[in-house]
Each structure stands twice: as structure tokens, then as C-alpha cells.
Design a protein around this ligand. Structure first.
Ligand SMILES: Cc1ncc(COP(=O)(O)O)c(C=O)c1O
Length: 382
């Protein structure tokens, strides 16, 4: 590699270079053939593949113990690519009300193309079996779910899916691979909004689809190449940097979330706390079985009795930030009915447990005393 300016002595840069090139010069027709036949890992055009992106794909595949991984522009692009790739007209998808609200919009598009969809409450995941039909091709779930952190027994679902030759797709954004590896529990695909804890700093958007087989990877790669949801190299580089601290951030977020859940649980101004790490939570036993190193950085709680109470609580916070998104260094709160679920009909937003005064919190990595003091002073004012 003597002539390569990046590695003049064969030594590698500590950071993967950001390759912003759209296209690549072919050194010969033979090289072109080898690339297009897949014999060598070469590059031709950014929409196909990019070395910075590819490096990060391998790192996320390793985190999820996957065969390979396809990275794309956003978490919603990742979910949509999975639907487009593995569902067709006349197929049936089983999913849960308790998934990120953006999927509801995608479901309207899928229905337009003739995909039939059944929505269940995540707490009723054992009813999936009764809803399987001849044409059921995919089960899509989150555990813990957004926003009420409901826990689904992934192993139970994967066994059911395998018996019925159905694909199981798990969005692992809330749990993160620090706490849970759905492939070990039998999932076929694992989706991430890498915008969240994998990136971790509110400065990039990306999606990832970790694949249990090369066949899945190839099919998803084809979709990405066709529709053009390839991530840019700069975002991939930011994502690579986020991954370097992912473990310690995930640990701290989870420690903080548990302490906050304990503090809020039983507080006179808090009506209900949702966190799988609380022994009283309906998902606790399953969470203990399928998660490790704690229960993640996401929790939710109902403040007082009305939305006004919840709004006042948020407005009174001094350190904790009122913003959407999650999994980042700062602690964030939002009211799901006014934000992440806004575009659903109101009855759909609230029939499966979310209330007008439910607050979702993403614990950050701040000193826990700062967070508890902030919560206390805000609640004292109610
Ligand atoms: C669990 C989950 N999956 C997917 C997404 C979508 O991710 P993105 O905003 O990167 O498209 C979100 C966004 O909040 C999410 O919470």
C-alpha cells in the first residue's frame, strides 16, 4: 500500500476516512467485472455502496451478532425497506399498536398497495396465534415498545413465527444491543433507528437493518440500491464515532432510568410509572429473561390527572429538555399524544394505554443527582 496516501506505510488511520465520492474510477474492465460479479468488495456508485458506510455496517452487525447489516437514511427508511422487501400485495402483516407512531403512516401506504394489517396490543402478544392467517408473512414488534415500554416475549413469538413460516422483525431501538440481541431469541431481522442510542448525540439520522442471513442482506441491499436510501458518508462517520462510546452511554442511561423510575414510583404527583425494570411492571419477568445489564434508558409515566398537569410538569423542568427523539446524552421528555403519535386518530393514540397526561422520558448520561433534583423541584410546584 506504499502509494496509498491514506496508508503510506500500511498503517491505518484511527478514524475511518469519510469517502464523499459519488463514483469511482474503474482501473480496468476486468475490475469492473469483478465488482459487478461480487468477486471483490469494490465500489462503483454511492447509491450502491460506500466504504465509510460499509465499515459501520460491519460494526453494527457485530453488535447484533448478525450475518451482515444494511444501513440507510433513517429508522423509518429501515422499517419501510423491510416491508417493501418482504411483503407483497395480498400478504398479511401482524403488528402492535405499541410501536413508533411513524409506522402508522407507513401502514397507510402499505394498505394502498394491498397489504393487509392486523394491529394488536403488545400486552396481548399471546393473541398473535389466533390472528395468523394463510397469507400472514411478517410479525413486526418492538420490545420494550414505544412509548409505554411494554415487553413482548420475543422467543415465544419467534417460535410461533417459525412454526408458521412467518418472518419475525424486531425493532431493537429502545432495548439497544447493550441489553438485548433479538437474534439470540430467534428474530429474522433486527431494525434500529441509529439516530437514537447507536449515534447518541442528536447530530445524525440513520437506520440499520441487521440480517440473520446473507440472503436477507442481499434482498435488502437490492431494495436500498433501487430506491436510493443509502446513507451519506458524513453521517456514517458520526455514527461510527457514536458507536465508540455506545456501551458506556447505554449503561449510564439504563442506570439513570432505573433510579428515576424508582424515584417516580409511589411519588404522590405521579399516577403511574411504566418501566420494565420495576418489579411491579407487567413485563418485568420477560424483561429479566430476555434483557441483560439492566432494562434500558426509556420509561414513561402519567403526571397527575390531566394534560395540564403533565404540561406544567414539563414546563417547570430546568435541566431535563422538552424534545422528541431518544437515546442521546441529554435527558429528554415529551408527551407522546402531542408529538410522536400526533398523526394518529386520537382514539388510536389512547386506546392501548397512552393517556393525555403520559410523559415519555429518555434518560441521558447526566449525573443522576441533577436529574432527580430537577424532577423533584418540578413536581413540588404542581
Ligand atoms: C422505536 C423507534 N423505531 C423507529 C423510529 C424511527 O426512527 P427515525 O426517526 O430515525 O426515522 C423511532 C423514532 O423515534 C423509534 O422510536
Amino acid at each position: 500500500m506504499k502509494n496509498d496516501p491514506l496508508t503510506p506505510y500500511g498503517n491505518k488511520p484511527m478514524v475511518t476516512p469519510i469517502v464523499s465520492a459519488v463514483n469511482y474510477q474503474y482501473t480496468s474492465f476486468e475490475v469492473l467485472r469483478q465488482i459487478t460479479d461480487g468477486e471483490i468488495d469494490g465500489y462503483t456508485y454511492h447509491r450502491d455502496d460506500n466504504p465509510t458506510v460499509r465499515t459501520v455496517e460491519r460494526k453494527i452487525a457485530a453488535l447484533e451478532e448478525a450475518e451482515d447489516c444494511v444501513i440507510c437514511t433513517t429508522g423509518m427508511a429501515a422499517a419501510t425497506m423491510a416491508f417493501l422487501t418482504f411483503l407483497k400485495q395480498g400478504d398479511h402483516l401482524i403488528t402492535f399498536h405499541d410501536i413508533y407512531g411513524g409506522n402508522y403512516k407507513v401502514s397507510l401506504i402499505l394498505e394502498k398497495f394491498g397489504v393487509e394489517i392486523t394491529w394488536l396490543d403488545a400486552l396481548d402478544y399471546e393473541k398473535v396465534e389466533d390472528n395468523i392467517k394463510e397469507n400472514t408473512r411478517m410479525i413486526f414488534c418492538e420490545s420494550p415498545s414505544n412509548p409505554l415500554v411494554k415487553t413482548i416475549d420475543i422467543e415465544y413469538l419467534s417460535k410461533l413465527a417459525k412454526r408458521n413460516k412467518i418472518m419475525l422483525v424486531v425493532d431493537n431501538t429502545f432495548a439497544t444491543p447493550y441489553h438485548q440481541n433479538p437474534f439470540k431469541l430467534g428474530a429474522d431481522l433486527v431494525i434500529h433507528s441509529a439516530t437514537k442510542a447507536l449515534g447518541g448525540h442528536n447530530d445524525l439520522m440513520a437506520g440499520a437493518i441487521a440480517c440473520s442471513t446473507k440472503e436477507y442482506y442481499d434482498k435488502l441491499w437490492f431494495t436500498r440500491q433501487a430506491i436510493g436510501t443509502t446513507l451519506d458518508a458524513f453521517s456514517a462517520s458520526l455514527l461510527e464515532r457514536g458507536l465508540k462510546t455506545f456501551d458506556i452511554r447505554a449503561r449510564k442511561m439504563s442506570e439513570n432510568a432505573l433510579k428515576i423510575a424508582d424515584f417516580l414510583d409511589g411519588h404522590p404527583k405521579i399516577t403511574k410509572v411504566y418501566y420494565p425494570g420495576l418489579k411491579t411492571d407487567p413485563g418485568y419477568k420477560i424483561a429479566v429473561k430476555q434483557m441483560r445489564n439492566g432494562f434500558g434508558g426509556m420509561l414513561a409515566f402519567d403526571v397527575g390527572d390531566t394534560q395540564e398537569h403533565a404540561k406544567k410538569f414539563v414546563e417547570n423542568l430546568k435541566k431535563i429538555i422538552h424534545a422528541v427523539s431518544l437515546g442521546c446524552t441529554e435527558t429528554l421528555v415529551c408527551l407522546p399524544v402531542l408529538t410522536t403519535m400526533l398523526y394518529m386518530p386520537l382514539e388510536r393514540r389512547t386506546t392501548f394505554g397512552v393517556k393525555l397526561n403520559t410523559v415519555r422520558m429518555s434518560a441521558g448520561i447526566e449525573n443522576i443527582e441533577i436529574l432527580l433534583d430537577d424532577l423533584k423541584q418540578s413536581l413540588d410546584k404542581l
